[in-house]
Design a binder for this molecule. Structure first.
Ligand code: B12
Length: 491
């Protein structure tokens, strides 16, 4: 028996389709007895898993773990399940364990970590365990050496080709519960059409997962997936959670043509230089097929910082502005994320980027702005090495990872990098408070009408005078009018 578990995440008002588990399940379907337990849908997921396990003594629990809230729940839940079922084999996978497998395997309630896009590796592990074979030679696996107790790992699992993977076994989850109302539509569902990203930006968690590779489903298969969501569950909007949906222009154009008649709205993530190079024809196809917004890492208002981040391609501040302008013509909203407070002069860097964000807003006021402070990911790049040289270190145990301080770090609410001091953090946060009020996000459907008006009226003087300090009245207003910002939702 295999149980696939998605520990609860607290960042969304409505649960998001657990595609990591569906990807694993697709390879188990028809081959072994398995169940999916989504902690976002259960009041007591441990109780549910305990009941499914019953008296079974050779079960495998596959747990998907993202940084932040999911780690906080995965730790006590797995500890408890292992205490109740000492023979249970606990396997962790996903973004967090791939980056921090050594900390995970120091806990005796985690037996294996699958590294990277792990559906094929997981299937091989399950097969080996069911046959009672030694699994430690498998690719994409980290484990404790049974003799010495030392943590050992192979390389990240080879990335599967999404076109060769079976379609998700949607019938194994209650799809109706994942239909969400978003700014895109009343019935939004999600799909993931590609793995990885061909770039190796220094701050990005996708790099340790994918190592600069990108593999995608064909346009036809992706359009078919959207059709399925519309036909079976009445979707009127699709969010593509791919790290980089738009890598190949021909694929994007063919997909847009393939869903033209569906009347859906859609959203995805891209790079600025990629979209700027798209032809007018592809832009028209994207607009006409319902593309509403694209999330992109603009990262910085400084060309020097962009170079240092190893952004690659032809990223530049000029292109950031040019794309904002171009998207205005097509009525597609750019959602730009920025990373503020980079070395060697974090204050100067933050000021330059704040001024640049204002420039972007002048070019295209509809641009959504998402602000982060740099939080290191374990990558071979210069920024991480620099952070380490200045004393930054990740926790060595899961108990440390679940502390309030590291939880805040995981959700990018505190950077812990030595070069971002409290005063700078506050300055960035105050700027964010003012700009978020003056330009209320359109991504939360609750923020309409008088609510928008009130936020704008209260913040106008601050925005125009560039007076960001102590925005207490805006913070109070934020408490009175709760709404969700894109940076807290995980995209
Ligand atoms: C959807 C999503 C969410 C959903 C959660 C979905 C769920 N599981 O319930 C929500 C919106 C809740 C969310 C929240 C957050 N998220 Co999020 N999220 C994503 C997103 C966009 C897509 C994930 C997805 O469905 N992928 C499709 C599936 C098929 O791929 P996958 O999840 O990677 O799974 C594969 C492998 O990871 C692995 N695998 C995964 N689980 C398991 C388990 C086992 C046992 C095995 C063997 C293998 C395995 O194999 C799978 C198949 O190949 C990713 C970016 C991305 N494109 O992946 C960010 C991403 C994972 N999120 C991220 C972040 C930061 C967050 C937040 C912390 C944000 C915040 N500020 O609060 C929160 C908190 C996490 C939480 N759970 O509460 C970051 C992680 C960065 C990092 N340093 O690791 C990412 C990479 C976005 C980014 N580019 O920065 N998120």
């Amino acid at each position: 028996m295999v149980i696939l578990y998605n520990p609860p995440s607290t960042t969304q008002r409505k649960p998001v389709l657990p595609m990591s588990l569906l990807a694993l399940a697709a390879l188990l379907e028809g081959d072994c007895d398995y169940a999916i337990v989504d902690g976002n849908l259960e009041r007591d997921p441990v109780g549910v898993i305990d009941r499914i396990l019953g008296a079974s003594n050779d079960a495998i629990l596959g747990v998907t773990v993202m940084p932040g809230p999911q780690v906080r729940r995965a730790v006590p839940d797995c500890r408890r399940l292992k205490a109740l079922h000492p023979d249970l084999t606990v396997v962790w996978g996903g973004y967090f364990p791939t980056q921090h497998y050594d900390a995970c395997l120091r806990a005796d309630y985690v037996d294996y970590v699958v590294l990277g896009h792990g559906e094929v590796a997981f299937k091989k592990l399950v097969d080996a365990l069911r046959r009672g074979e030694d699994a430690t030679g498998l690719e994409g696996l980290a484990y404790r050496d049974p003799r010495t107790g030392e943590v050992r790992s192979s390389r990240v699992a080879p990335m599967p080709d999404p076109d060769e993977l079976p379609v998700f076994p949607y019938h194994r989850v209650d799809m109706a519960r994942y239909v969400r109302s978003t700014f895109l539509g009343e019935r939004t569902l999600a799909h993931h059409s590609s793995y990885g990203c061909p770039f190796s930006c220094d701050f990005c968690a996708v790099v340790p997962m994918a190592g600069g590779r990108w593999k995608a489903e064909s346009a036809e298969r992706t359009a078919e997936a959207a059709r399925r969501l519309v036909a079976r569950w009445g979707a009127d909007a699709v969010e593509f959670y791919d790290n980089n949906f738009f890598v190949q222009e021909a694929r994007t154009a063919a997909f847009a043509e393939g869903v033209m008649d569906l009347g859906i709205a859609w959203w995805g993530e891209s790079r600025i230089d990629t979209l700027l190079a798209y032809s007018d024809r592809t832009w028209e196809l994207m607009r006409d097929s319902g593309l509403r917004m694209v999330f992109m890492g603009a990262e910085s208002g400084s060309d020097e910082t962009l170079r240092r981040m190893n952004k690659g391609g032809s990223a530049s501040t000029e292109r950031t502005l040019a794309l904002a302008e171009r998207m205005k013509q097509y009525d597609v909203i750019p959602e730009y994320s920025f990373v503020l407070g980079n070395p060697p002069d974090p204050e100067e860097d933050a000021e330059e980027t704040m001024a640049f964000i204002r420039q972007v807003k002048r070019v295209n006021p509809a641009t959504e702005i998402v602000i982060y402070v740099y939080t290191p990911v374990p990558s071979p790049g210069g920024l991480y090495e620099q952070a380490r040289a200045e004393g930054f270190a990740f926790p060595e145990t899961l108990d440390e990872w679940v502390s309030a301080d590291w939880q805040a770090f995981s959700q990018r609410r505190s950077s812990r990098t030595p070069w971002v001091g409290e005063a700078l953090r506050r300055r960035i946060h105050n700027f964010e408070t003012v700009i978020n009020a003056y330009y209320p996000t359109v991504t939360d459907p609750r923020l309409r009408g008088w609510r928008r008006w009130l936020l704008q009226a209260a913040s106008a003087w601050r925005y125009h005078l560039g007076c960001y300090d102590h925005p207490w009245e805006l913070q109070a207003l934020r408490k009175l009018l709760p709404y969700q910002r894109p940076e807290t939702t995980g995209f």
